[in-house]
Design a binder for this molecule. Structure first.
Ligand code: 5AD
Length: 494
C-alpha cells in the first residue's frame, strides 16, 4: 500500500484535520511515511490566515515539484485545507504538478480521491464544494504517534497508545466576520456537531487512555447557536437544540456567585462542557478558540463549577483600542474585555490567560497601539501570540484607508513582544520554588532524554522522568524558569 506524508501549517484545527486524514488513510491500509523524501503521497494542509502562511506552503509545493517529482514522477502531490478552499483550481493552474486540491469540507473524502488518482482513473481532482454534515466528519484519531509511523501499530490501533491529550472538533466555520479575517470564507458558516456525538467520541478517547481533551472550533463559544447537527435518533437539528437548552437550565445556580439567584440559562456550549465533564477517567478539559463576547455568566460560572475545566483561557483580544476593535468588528469593548478577565480571575484565582493581538491594523495610530500596550500590562497575560496585520483578499479591512506601513508594523510587533516577554518572564519566575501539578505528555521535543508535562494553566514543564510517567498527573517542584518554559523535579511523596 502507498505511504503518505502530511505537512500541516497553521492552527490546532488544522493539526486536528491532518490527524483525521492520516487516521482515515491508515484505516484504509496506507502507511505514514517518516519523511516526504520516501512518501508516495505528499499532502500539504494549508493555512490562509496570513499571507506568510500561504507563501510558505506555495514555496514548499514548488520545491516538492522541483525536487521530489523530478526523480519520482509517480508521487502524488496535494493541497488540503484553507488555502485549497480559497484558491481551488487556481492552485493547479499555477502549479501544474499538483494532483489534488481538497477543501475544508472534504477532508473525509481524501482516501477516495487518492484511490482515484493512484489507480489512474482520474488525473486531477479539485473538490472544494460545500457539504452539509461535514462538521461531523472530523472524528478519526491517531493515538499511536510514531508507533503508527513505524508500522508498529496496525490500522485497528493495536499497540501501546501514545497520546495523553487529544483534540476533538466540535464545530466548523465562523459567522463573526471580523474585518481582518479570512476564516468565514475558508471554513464557511458555523455548523455544530450534536452533543451525544461529541461525547461518544470523547468517551472513546478516554477509554483509549486519553486524559485531557481540547474541544476545538473556530469560535467555540458560538457552539450550537445556529442549531446542532443531526443525530440518527433525534433526526432534527433545531428540535434537539431547543430541547436541550430548555431542559438543562439550572433551577438555581450557586456556582461562583453563591446563594440563590434566578435560573441561569445555559448556552449550548456550557451544556456541552457539562456533558463532557461527566466522562469518568477524563481529567482535564480545555477549549479553543473562544470569542470574548461568548463569555457569558454561564461560562464564567462553569469555571467555578467544573473542576476538570482547567485554569486556562485563551482569550483573543486583538487590540486594546475601542476605536480599532470597532473597525475590526469584534463586538466588545476594552472595558468589557477587562471585565471578563476580572470575573474569570474571581471564579478561578491563578487562571492562566493568553491572547492573540494584531498590530498595525489599518488606521491603527500610535495612540491606539499604546492602548494595546497598556492593556497587555493591565491584564498581565501569561503569553500572547502577536500578529502583524496581513491584508487578506475579500476581507473588508484590506480595502480600508490608512494601511500601516510594514516598517511600523514590524516596529510595533517588536515593542509589544518586549512587553509580553517581560511580563512572561516575571510570571514564570514567580513560579520557581512552587509545587505544581502537571499532566505528563511525553519526551521533550528539544531533549528527548527528558519528559514534558503541562500545568493546568497550560505552561510547559520539563523534568527528568521516564516513559512510565506518561499519562500520569504528578506534582513537580519548579526549579528554574526559561522563556515560556518551566523546569522542575518530581515531588517524591514521603
Ligand atoms: N492579519 C494578521 N493576523 C490575523 N489573524 C487573523 N487574521 C489576521 C490577519 N489578516 C490573527 C488573529 C487571530 C489569529 C488566529 O490570527 O489574531 O486570532
Amino acid at each position: 500500500m502507498p505511504s503518505v506524508y502530511i505537512k500541516t501549517y497553521g492552527c490546532q484545527m488544522n493539526e486536528r484535520d491532518s490527524e483525521a486524514v492520516a487516521a482515515q488513510l491508515v484505516a484504509k491500509g496506507y502507511t505514514l511515511a517518516p519523511s516526504e523524501t520516501v512518501a508516495d503521497v505528499i499532502l500539504l494542509n494549508t493555512c490562509s490566515v496570513r499571507d506568510l502562511a500561504e507563501q510558505k506552503a506555495l514555496r514548499k509545493m514548488e520545491n516538492l515539484a522541483a525536487e521530489i517529482r523530478r526523480d519520482r514522477p509517480e508521487v502524488v502531490l496535494g493541497f488540503m485545507g484553507c488555502m485549497a478552499q480559497s484558491r481551488g483550481q487556481e492552485l493547479i493552474d499555477r502549479l501544474p504538478d499538483v494532483d489534488l486540491v481538497l477543501g475544508t469540507q472534504k477532508f473525509h473524502r481524501a482516501a477516495d480521491c487518492l484511490d482515484e488518482i493512484l489507480a489512474g482513473r482520474r488525473d486531477k481532482i479539485v473538490d472544494v464544494a460545500e457539504e452539509p454534515g461535514s462538521e461531523a466528519t472530523i472524528r478519526e484519531h491517531l493515538l499511536y504517534g510514531n508507533a503508527a509511523k513505524n508500522g508498529a501499530v496496525d490500522g485497528a490501533g493495536h499497540g501501546p497508545p501514545r497520546q495523553v491529550s487529544a483534540y476533538v472538533s466540535i464545530m466548523q466555520g465562523c459567522n463573526q466576520y471580523c474585518t481582518f479575517c479570512i476564516v468565514p470564507y475558508t471554513r464557511g458558516a458555523e455548523r455544530s456537531r450534536n452533543i451525544p456525538d461529541i461525547v461518544a467520541e470523547c468517551r472513546q478517547l478516554v477509554a483509549q487512555s486519553v486524559k485531557e481533551i481540547t474541544l476545538l472550533g473556530q469560535i467555540v463559544t458560538s457552539y450550537g447557536k445556529r442549531g446542532l447537527g443531526e443525530t440518527a435518533v433525534e433526526g432534527g437539528a433545531s428540535v434537539l437544540a431547543s430541547r436541550l437548552v430548555s431542559s438543562l437550565a439550572l433551577p438555581n445556580d450557586t456556582g461562583a456567585h453563591g446563594g440563590t439567584r434566578p435560573a441561569l440559562q445555559k448556552s449550548p456550549f456550557v451544556q456541552l462542557l457539562d456533558a463532557v465533564h461527566e466522562i469518568e477517567g477524563l481529567e482535564r478539559i480545555r477549549f479553543t478558540s473562544p470569542h470574548p463576547k461568548g463569555y457569558g455568566d454561564d461560562l464564567i460560572a462553569a469555571y467555578a463549577r467544573l473542576p476538570k475545566l482547567v485554569e486556562s483561557a485563551h482569550l483573543p483580544v486583538q487590540s486594546g483600542s475601542n476605536r480599532v476593535l470597532k473597525l475590526m468588528h469584534r463586538g466588545y469593548t476594552r472595558e468589557r474585555y477587562l471585565g471578563i478577565v476580572e470575573k474569570l480571575r474571581r471564579a478561578r484565582p491563578g487562571i492562566g490567560i493568553t491572547t492573540d493581538i494584531i498590530v498595525g491594523f489599518p488606521g491603527e495610530t500610535e495612540d491606539d497601539f499604546e492602548q494595546t500596550l497598556a492593556l497587555a500590562r493591565e491584564v498581565q497575560f501569561d503569553n500572547a501570540y502577536i500578529f502583524k496585520y496581513s491584508p487578506r483578499r475579500d476581507t473588508p479591512a484590506a480595502d480600508l484607508p490608512d494601511q500601516v506601513p510594514q516598517k511600523i508594523r514590524e516596529e510595533r510587533n517588536q515593542r509589544l513582544l518586549e512587553v509580553i516577554n517581560e511580563i512572561g518572564k516575571r510570571k514564570y519566575s514567580a513560579l520557581v520554588g512552587r509545587r505544581i501539578e502537571i499532566l505528563v505528555e511525553g519526551p521533550s521535543k528539544k531533549n528527548p532524554a527528558r519528559m514534558t508535562g503541562r500545568t493546568r494553566c497550560k505552561k510547559i514543564v520539563v523534568f527528568d522522568g521516564s516513559e512510565r510517567h506518561r499519562g500520569h498527573s504528578l506534582d513537580v517542584k519548579i526549579t528554574r524558569a526559561g522563556s515560556f518554559t518551566l523546569y522542575g523535579d518530581p515531588v517524591i511523596l514521603a
